[in-house]
Design a protein around this ligand. Structure first.
Ligand code: URA
Length: 196
């Protein structure tokens, strides 16, 4: 079965499946040097079937542009979950586990050089830690080697804020730091590309 069909037919998460309008696979070129990794689709994303299409997505795209990254060329956007949790609640551990093989497959074909881990769920993924153990403010800006083996790729990961958090903290220098992290991702991807 084709990957997209497999995800669309997935019925593993009993609370997510009955409420979803669309599964949200991701958006961007394949392969692609940079992956932006978020949490889960929200209401807008569920409606249109594409990631980060609401206000947090507008901020992400504007800040990526400010960091010199071109949409449709330089980055691919993915989420930990492909289905929207009801009322925008946090993803559950079981749901993250159910969706993990889909994410691993996507990463193995996108083959990123850098994964930008936005928020504690994406950071928990590369650090192999429970999301509750993640200290997003302390981690912000760190570059790490993911503690997971991704088929066909050996990306670095940069840990940063979720765009929704950046949006809620306008005027606190968080956005400047976030743009700095995206710039760092661009540089890391350039370095990895020229070292090939
Ligand atoms: N927040 C996310 O983490 N992902 C989206 O696609 C939208 C909002």
């Amino acid at each position: 079965m084709r990957f997209n069909t497999k995800v669309k037919n997935c019925t593993l998460c009993s609370e997510l499946v009955p409420h979803r309008t669309n599964v949200v696979l991701g958006e961007g070129p394949v392969p692609c040097n940079i992956v932006f990794l978020g949490e889960a689709p929200g209401a807008t994303e569920d409606k249109v079937g594409l990631p980060f299409k609401g206000p947090a997505g507008s901020l992400l795209r504007a800040d990526a542009y400010a960091a010199g990254l071109r949409e449709g060329k330089d980055f691919h956007i993915l989420n930990m979950l492909k289905c929207r949790p009801p009322d925008n609640r946090d993803p559950r551990l079981e749901e993250l586990r159910n969706c993990l093989p889909f994410l691993m497959h996507q990463l193995s074909i996108i083959k990123p050089k850098v994964i930008v881990c936005m928020g504690r769920f994406a950071q928990g993924f590369v650090l192999q830690k429970h999301p509750r153990e993640i200290r997003v403010l302390q981690n912000a800006g760190k570059i790490i080697k993911p503690k997971r083996t991704i088929k066909n790729a050996k990306p670095q990961a940069i840990l940063t804020f979720h765009p929704a958090f950046v949006m809620r903290n306008k005027g606190n220098n968080i956005e400047e730091a976030f743009i700095g992290h995206l710039r760092k991702a661009r540089k890391l991807a350039c370095i990895a590309q020229t070292a090939k």
